[in-house]
Design a protein. Structure first.
Length: 297
């Protein structure tokens, strides 16, 4: 991709590329961070960096690889901030312990849970996600991670082996539960929403409520956010159910025209003094629920 003399044309091109790549980039970020929610936050930071970098780039020979490199580095920055004690080995350090490559790709790792991926060291996690989940070549993995070929092969070999061991271990993690207060207020919001009683919903939101309609738009204040509820009143492809997503109280959204199907997307609410302070709706980013751990009720 070459730089454009027409700035508006350049913006149109980068916007199209980002829209096309967004689900795939999120899949990587979510598995690197162990959370579909954190993965979206990392992705949004990476997209901002990509737009800023694109404005000053003369030529980009491999746009997808360029975007994955930005997402990879943004994910590493996030992990460093989240846990300053975690060691993120350099390419040289990994190269020193490189062992013979595992030439048989084990596609079973692609179905591993996000929580399982988080039990791998960062270099192993990244290389396995890029190659076995996203289908990148060894050369592309080396470029994204800025590692040598022996280093990537070593990380892949060890990461695959460890994931196979982890797959045989029982998941004995306790399931999170909502408190009675959380269940009551979330249930009330869902009941009013499903009844299309949006006047009651508007009474539940704060005057300075903030809405993030992910991948679409943002709104601030009760008057502006009220239009969002008006848009929902015009469509009939949703039915809300209270539940948990990655341990967070959430609203799972199902398509009533597809009984028995999995949720299409979810919403997150934050409360302040018993009023809804923020709404995060993933209707226009359905890829975010891919791989998420959720519970109904």
């Amino acid at each position: 991709m070459e730089s454009q003399s027409n700035p508006s044309a350049a913006i149109a091109n980068i916007d199209g590329l980002l829209a096309e790549m967004r689900p795939k980039l999120h899949r990587y970020c979510a598995r690197m961070t162990g959370s579909v929610i954190d993965g979206e936050d990392v992705l949004q930071d990476a997209l901002i960096k990509a737009v800023e970098s694109f404005a000053s780039s003369r030529a980009i020979g491999n746009p997808e690889g360029w975007l994955f490199r930005i997402a990879h580095n943004t994910a590493l920055d996030f992990l460093r901030r989240r846990n300053r004690q975690e060691a993120l080995p350099s390419g040289e350090e990994v190269d020193m312990i490189a062992d013979p490559a595992d030439t048989v790709a084990n596609r079973q790792v692609a179905s591993a849970s996000l929580r399982t991926f988080m039990r791998l060291p960062v270099a192993q996690r990244s290389s396995v996600i890029l190659m076995d989940v996203l289908g990148c070549s060894l050369r592309e993995v080396c470029e994204v991670m800025d590692f040598s070929l022996p280093a990537v092969k070593a990380a892949l070999h060890r990461g695959r082996a460890q994931l196979r061991e982890l797959a045989d271990q029982p998941d004995d993690m306790p399931h999170p539960k909502m408190s009675a207060a959380e269940r009551d207020r979330l249930g009330a919001y869902v009941a009013h929403f499903n009844a299309r009683d949006f006047d009651a919903i508007r009474a539940m939101i704060a005057d300075d409520v903030r809405l993030d309609l992910v991948s679409k738009t943002r709104m601030n204040g009760k008057a502006e956010v009220s239009r969002y509820f008006g848009n929902y009143s015009k469509i009939h492809d949703w039915n809300l159910v209270p539940g948990l997503v990655e341990g967070h109280p959430a609203i799972l959204v199902f398509d009533p025209n597809e009984p028995g199907s999995a949720p299409k997307y979810f919403m997150l609410l934050q409360w302040s003094a018993d009023k809804v302070a923020t709404i995060r709706d993933f209707r226009h980013a359905p890829y975010v629920i891919d791989g998420a751990e959720y519970l109904i009720g």
